[in-house]
Design a protein around this ligand. Structure first.
Ligand code: BDR
Ligand code: CA
Length: 366
């Protein structure tokens, strides 16, 4: 199998990325690191007082990662907590409008009708802990994050794996959040560069989702993205133009939930996550169906043949107040600058859902 490390900020679609990375038979998930990023937006600063009063967003995303592993029955995959804020930019900002207060809210804004819902999942909803008003859908499954800081533990774990399995290199670092942990890893451990390939969900060739030309993960920490894009490692970016084709239509949701008969907490979790996500995407972006961004990057590693990619120069805008966080993609090679990134341009969507469903089938154990 292909060794992968997943750096994420769960997040509804990150949760699905975790499940795919853990259960796709072509992948060997070495570990998971978390960072604040899902919770970052331009809207709302978190005050010191708020930070003291409630679970910090970083602790929350780490909790979410642990709980997803627990309910999905994943054993032997450790989680380590990463950065609480971007490299250079000030304090974290919150964006509950997309993922809810917990980062993994369920139910409240979902508008899936009973008719759209497979009957077994509907009947089993009682299995999950949630309030009728919404809120976290995950029962806390226990589990502790590893002590230590993500970039250090990532280097140790990846280094130890490669020492035992030298022919398994390169390890694929899949990033489905901001690139802060990845940038620190590359800055602190240059000796790992030759053993890593990076695949990110993020960026946009054109229109952004949290700014006119900015995608959320890159806009969250543009300086970290600049470090990663200029590091000279093999790098693939799966931008929103592609992830916006991975739409969870009612038909797709039905396929995800009924691929194998039977009731499970796990299926109910997926139904709730995707239904909530559908509701927020409808409200905020006027999407009829929500795009499942993050698993696309994992699917790229599992089966790159379902993607069309193009190599090009991609630079990160960090200075402009209008567009800091833009991935400036030189599609026509007008700058003449060396190409540094494979950019996914399209994906076989049907094959993608096949990959996702196979992983869910494999994981359907609860
Ligand atoms: C990215 O932003 C987050 O909300 C998602 O998890 C995804 O990683 C999409 O722009
Ligand atoms: Ca994410």
């Amino acid at each position: 199998p292909i060794p992968v490390w997943l750096d994420c900020d769960p997040g509804h679609d990150d949760a699905m990325a975790i499940i795919l990375a853990a259960y796709d038979p072509r992948l060997q998930l070495l570990g998971i690191s978390t960072l604040v990023g899902k919770a970052l937006s331009r809207h709302q600063a978190i005050s010191k007082k708020e930070q003291q009063q409630k679970l910090l967003p970083l602790a929350q995303v780490t909790r979410n990662a642990l709980d997803v592993l627990s309910i999905a029955g994943v054993v032997g995959v450790d989680v380590v907590q990463g950065q609480a804020r971007p490299l250079l930019r000030p304090s974290p900002l919150l964006c509950p409008e997309i993922h809810g207060e917990s980062g993994l809210d369920g139910q409240r804004r979902g508008r899936t009708t009973n008719a759209q819902r497979p009957p077994d999942a509907h009947a089993a909803r009682v299995l999950l802990i949630r309030s009728p008003e919404g809120g976290p859908v995950l029962p806390h499954g226990g589990g502790q994050a590893l002590p230590g800081k993500a970039p250090v533990v990532m280097a140790e774990r990846i280094g130890a794996f490669l020492a035992e399995n030298p022919r398994a290199a390169p390890v694929r670092l899949i990033c489905t959040g901001a690139l802060t942990n990845a940038a620190l890893l590359l800055m602190l451990y240059p000796e790992l560069h030759s053993s890593l390939e990076i695949v990110i969900m993020g960026g946009a060739l054109g229109v952004g989702n949290t700014g006119p030309v900015m995608e959320f993960n890159i806009q969250t920490d543009p300086e970290a993205a600049k470090v990663v894009f200029e590091a000279g490692l093999p790098l693939t970016m799966v931008p929103i133009e592609v992830t916006h084709t991975a739409l969870v239509t009612p038909e797709v949701l039905g396929r995800l939930l009924t691929s194998r008969p039977g009731i499970s907490k796990f299926k109910v979790l997926i139904e709730q996550l995707l239904t909530f996500f559908a509701g927020t995407y409808r409200e905020v972006f006027k999407f009829t169906d929500p795009p499942l961004h993050d698993p696309c990057a994992v699917a790229y590693v599992a089966d790159p043949s379902i993607f069309e990619v193009e190599e090009m120069r991609v630079d990160i805008e960090t200075a402009s107040p209008l567009s800091a966080g833009q991935t400036v993609c030189d599609v026509w090679h007008q700058t003449g600058r060396p190409k540094n990134c494979r950019v996914a341009r399209s994906m076989d969507v049907n094959a993608f859902w096949g990959i996702m469903i196979d992983a869910l089938d494999f994981a359907d154990i609860a």
